[in-house]
Design a protein around this ligand. Structure first.
Ligand SMILES: [Zn+2]
Length: 270
C-alpha cells in the first residue's frame, strides 16, 4: 500500500492545496526577485563565503563542482520569487535556500524546478487557520514553504538526518516528476520509477529488521518515504549505505550523486 504512488500523491496534493490557499490569501508576504544578470567574480566570492559557512555539502565538493554549484545557486535564486511571511527579508535567505535546491539537484541536468515559481519563508513553525497540525515546511501547487528557524537547524546539525529544506525540495522534485510537461531529466524519470519499485522490498525489510534507522515519519506514505530517505542520504550517507544498501544505491541512481565517492557526482547512466 505504501508504494501506491499516484493515488497517495493525489491525496497529499489536495491536502496541501488547502494549506497553500491560506498563505496565498495572506498579503503580508514580501516578494523579492533578482535579475539574472552576469554572475560576477565578486558575487561568486560572496556566494562562496556565505554558502561555505552554512552548507557542509558545498565544502566537500571538488573545485570544478563548486563553480557549477555557485552558478546554479545564482541562477535558481534569479528565477524564483521569495516571499517573507511575517518576517523581514534577510539577504542570505534566498541564496541559502537556492543553495539547498542546488545541493539536491547537482547531479541532474534540469534543476530549475520550473513548476514552483514561489518560495515562502516563515520565521518559525506555523499553523494554518483550518488545520490543527504544526508545519515546519510543506509544498503546495502555490509554492515551497520553509520555516527559516528550522532551515538553520537542519544545517546546524548536518548528520541528524533532519533537514527541512532538503525534505521539502525533495517533495518539489518529485512533484516535477508527476508534471509531464515540466522539468526533470529523462534519466531522473526512469530512475525515480525504479526507486518506487525498490520502495516495496526496502519497506518490507525495514519493517522486519531495521525500521528504526529511518525516522518513523518515513512510513506515512510513499512521498514521505522519499523525502525522509533523501534527507538521510545527504545527512549520513555512510550510515544509510550500511543500514539500507539497496535504498542508498537507488538514491544514488535517482540523484546521480554518491557522496561517498571522491567526485560526488556520478556520470549520467545510459
Ligand atoms: Zn514531507
Amino acid at each position: 500500500m505504501l508504494c501506491r504512488l499516484a493515488s497517495l500523491y493525489l491525496n497529499h496534493h489536495l491536502f496541501m492545496n488547502n494549506i497553500g490557499e491560506y498563505f496565498f490569501n495572506d498579503n503580508t508576504g514580501k516578494v523579492t526577485t533578482a535579475a539574472d544578470d552576469e554572475f560576477t567574480s565578486e558575487m561568486e566570492t560572496d556566494y562562496a563565503n556565505l554558502i561555505s559557512l552554512y552548507i557542509p555539502y558545498y565544502n566537500q565538493l571538488p573545485e570544478e563542482l563548486k563553480k557549477r554549484f555557485l552558478r546554479r545557486a545564482y541562477h535558481f535564486r534569479s528565477i524564483k520569487n521569495f516571499h517573507y511571511v511575517g518576517m523581514a527579508e534577510l539577504a542570505e535567505i534566498p541564496i541559502l535556500v537556492s543553495a539547498a535546491a542546488v545541493q539536491l539537484t547537482l547531479g541532474l541536468e534540469k534543476y530549475e524546478l520550473p513548476f514552483f515559481k514561489n518560495i515562502y519563508i516563515t520565521p518559525d513553525a506555523y499553523k494554518t487557520a483550518e488545520e490543527t497540525e504544526t508545519f515546519i515546511g510543506h509544498v503546495s501547487p502555490d509554492g515551497i514553504y520553509i520555516s527559516w528557524k528550522y532551515f538553520l537547524q537542519g544545517y546546524a546539525d548536518s548528520t541528524d538526518n533532519v533537514n527541512v529544506a532538503i525534505h521539502e525540495l525533495a517533495h518539489a522534485l518529485a512533484h516535477e516528476y508527476f508534471m509531464e510537461e515540466t522539468g526533470v531529466d529523462a534519466d531522473f524519470r526512469t530512475d525515480f520509477t525504479k526507486f518506487s519499485e525498490v520502495c516495496g522490498p526496502v519497506l518490507a525489510k525495514i519493517s522486519t529488521q531495521k525500521r528504526s534507522y529511518l525516522r518513523n515519519y518515513a512510513f506515512t506514505n510513499f512521498q514521505e518515504f522519499w523525502a525522509v530517505s533523501v534527507e538521510a542520504f545527504f545527512e549520513s550517507p555512510a550510515a544509510l549505505r550500511e543500514n539500507l544498501p539497496q535504498l542508498y544505491a537507488s538514491l544514488c541512481n535517482v540523484l546521480n550523486q554518491d557522496l561517498l565517492t571522491e567526485n560526488k557526482i556520478l556520470p549520467v547512466s545510459a
